[in-house]
Design a protein around this ligand. Structure first.
Ligand code: ZN
Ligand code: ZN
Length: 345
């Protein structure tokens, strides 16, 4: 099969021909039709993830069809079924051996390693996935949309629903890219007053228009801490990969407000003024995607309320270019492997 591989830490996306994998017990073989490209793929390229081995097929936003079932696959999954696979590569389900599964914390199960990190991912014509990693896709949702929602959509959806924000509160979304444009839409549909914070004036019309923000704060011209102090967000989704702009979100919130950091800044450390944390009882929390069941909820809700991913599509051969220039994406990039699938736009 044709696949993308990262051959060594610091390597790029190379197109290769490798044997099609065989599903083991509890696994399925998927014919991949589309797979998103994401800033998170840098984790596969950098080699910073503990326990990574190379060569590795990246891709944690895969959608395709089940074409072969391994032994002991449950009746929930069948041949010809359209499924997705996100970051979460599955769980062991062995409550006697795994304290995480015993307590229902499936996301941190030690088997829950990362798709495209410790298991080969979806930037390939075929991939093997554990049945506990599979995401059923609503019929009404097309595959390109589903791929765009499996990582960024799931992350913002889960981050919002697991926080203590309530309808009527103010939600600020800082950084309007792949994560941010979906955070604004979910926030609007969930009944919050939505504030977009972006250093790109060119995104103002999108934010206030199709993404549904009520307020646009232009970080290239306005004093972001002062504006946030005035707007009083209860929850801030920090999607920027720039450490300085994340730090600028921290000092001036209402009491009990939370900053969720959703994407990795390029520096390993952040400098945070801690006095406001004490006196305002503010908190800063890191958050990543969710389980396959969480992803099913995210996809179903996105389809139900009309959250739409803005996508640009590329063929597999251009995966390296699509990744290298990802900062210029508007707003998600998706690799299409099946010529029968075309972008609706
Ligand atoms: Zn991703
Ligand atoms: Zn487990």
């Amino acid at each position: 099969m044709r696949a993308i591989q990262v051959k060594r830490p610091g390597g790029s996306f190379e197109i290769v021909e490798i044997p099609t994998p065989t599903p083991g017990p509890g696994q399925v073989l998927i014919k991949v039709t589309v797979c998103g490209i994401c800033g998170g793929d840098e984790v596969c390229r950098s080699g910073l993830f503990p326990g990574m081995r190379y060569p590795r097929v990246p891709g944690h936003e895969a959608v395709g069809t089940i074409i072969l079932l391994g032994q002991h696959v449950g009746s929930r999954w069948g041949l010809g079924q359209r499924v997705g696979v996100g970051w979460h590569a599955g769980r062991c389900d062995n409550s006697e051996a795994c304290e995480h599964c015993r307590r229902g914390s499936f996301f941190v199960c030690t088997k829950a390693t990362g798709t495209g990190l410790t298991a080969d991912g979806g930037l390939a014509e075929y991939m093997v996935a554990d049945q506990t990693a599979l995401v059923a896709i609503p019929d009404a949702l097309d595959s390109i949309q589903a791929a765009g929602l499996l990582c960024a959509g799931l992350t913002v959806f889960n981050a919002i629903r697991l926080s203590s924000i309530r309808p009527g509160d103010t939600l600020a979304v800082a950084g309007i890219g792949g994560l941010g444009h979906l955070g604004l839409q979910f926030g609007r549909k969930f009944g919050y007053r939505v504030v977009a914070v972006s250093s790109s004036s060119a995104k103002e019309a999108d934010c206030l228009g199709r993404f549904g923000a009520h307020v646009f704060v232009d970080a290239s011209k306005e004093d972001v801490p002062a504006r946030l102090a005035e707007l009083r967000p209860k929850l801030i989704l920090g999607t920027s990969v720039d450490a300085k702009s994340i730090t600028a979100l921290t000092p001036t919130w209402p009491s009990d407000a939370q900053l969720l950091i959703l994407s990795e800044p390029p520096t390993a450390t952040l400098e945070i003024p801690y006095i406001p944390l004490l006196f305002n009882r503010n908190s800063i929390v890191g958050f990543t995607a969710g389980t396959s069941a969480d992803a099913e909820d995210a996809l179903r809700v996105a389809e139900m309320v009309g959250v739409e991913v803005q996508t640009e599509t590329y063929p597999l051969e251009q995966a390296e270019e699509a990744f290298r220039t990802i900062r210029a994406a508007r707003y998600r990039r998706v690799i299409v492997l099946d010529a029968a699938i075309t972008d609706r736009e």
